[in-house]
Design a protein around this ligand. Structure first.
Ligand code: HEM
Length: 205
């Protein structure tokens, strides 16, 4: 019971809500990016209906923003504990069967081999020169392999629908100048989450 409750409240809600809070914070920090996301939503979805998941492919800039929000915030710096099921050799190291392992996902997130500016919020990480969405195999926000996040598809859908619907209807503005906003996530027992902030949600219509 305790384990299931933890899964529902932490894995199931804190993850997506913290990511959404961080995405709004970054939109306030980068008003030009927020404006461009809204322009894309206006052109593709308009104001007469809610965004649907089928719109994702037609919103490459918005999709790139969501990916870069996730990469740059590093919500889960380490994966859940794993265990080797047989003696395993990796990079010259022998890991015996039954050994506990905690994959450090952060190391991939900041590896300059994979990202142009790993420490910045940089949309070039997910956009090609034509402005199309560019997949990057080093995007491991949900982990990887057999034990990848059980709800990756659900979480991606939630993030896309909430983020696009919010920006379709509101412009988010900080109460302080954007330069003064601290977007560095803070470490909690759960993971890296955004700092508490207050903002204006200005209706767009
Ligand atoms: C932004 C949203 C989310 C992120 C970034 C995220 C990230 C992760 C990561 C990194 C792992 C560990 C994967 C590994 O060990 O390789 C994981 C596991 C897991 N996640 Fe998520 N998650 C998110 C949303 C959710 C949601 C919404 C649920 C449930 C409704 C969920 C349920 C789980 C469960 C049950 C596991 C454990 C899977 C296993 O042990 O095999 N996650 N998640």
């Amino acid at each position: 019971m305790v384990s299931s409750a933890w899964n529902l409240f932490c894995a199931g809600t804190e993850t997506t809500s913290s990511t959404l809070r961080h995405s709004l914070l970054l939109m306030m920090k980068h008003p030009d990016v927020q404006e461009r996301v809204q322009r894309e939503i206006d052109e593709v979805v308009g104001q007469d209906r809610w965004p649907s998941i089928e719109d994702r492919q037609r919103l490459p800039y918005t999709d790139a923003v969501i990916h870069e929000v996730q990469r740059s915030m590093d919500l889960a710096p380490i994966a859940v504990p794993h265990k080797t099921m047989c003696d395993t050799e990796y990079n010259g190291y022998v890991i015996p069967k039954g050994n506990g392992l905690v994959p450090p996902l952060s190391s991939v997130r900041i590896d300059p081999k994979w990202w142009k500016n790993p420490d910045c919020f940089d949309l070039e990480n997910f956009l090609n020169e034509e402005g199309q969405f560019k997949k990057n195999d080093a995007f491991v926000a949900f982990g990887m392999g057999k034990r990848v996040c059980l709800a990756e598809a659900l979480a991606r859908t939630e993030l896309f629908l909430f983020f696009t619907s919010l920006l379709q209807h509101f412009t988010f503005k900080a109460m302080v100048p954007p330069e003064e906003l601290d977007t560095t996530p803070t470490n909690s027992s759960f993971g890296r989450i955004p700092r508490t902030y207050e903002c204006y949600a200005i209706p767009r219509i």
